[in-house]
Ligand binder design. Structure first.
Ligand code: SF4
Length: 77
């Protein structure tokens, strides 16, 4: 199963929790300071969508859990 990840970036409050919890997958966008998926895990180059490898699923799920505005969505397809 593949874990798909989506960040609803427009309502990110740049708290930093996701990239502190899972820095291998999330990072701060240098221009708008919102969270984005790091380049190698992006889906079709979209900074708001990505695919998590199996060994990062726990970390990505933790990041989604700690997001104060709950805008990180994870799901298996
Ligand atoms: S945890 Fe949520 S609000 Fe905080 S930086 Fe990440 S996506 Fe934005």
């Amino acid at each position: 199963m593949i874990m798909k990840v989506t960040i609803e970036r427009t309502i990110c409050v740049s708290c930093g929790s996701c990239w502190e919890t899972c820095p291998g997958f999330f990072e701060e966008n240098p221009d708008d300071s919102f969270s984005q998926v790091i380049e190698k895990f992006r889906s079709a180059g979209n900074i708001a969508k990505g695919t998590a490898p199996e060994d990062m699923e726990a970390c990505v799920t933790d990041a989604a859990d700690v997001c104060p505005v709950q805008i990180i969505t994870v799901g298996h397809t």
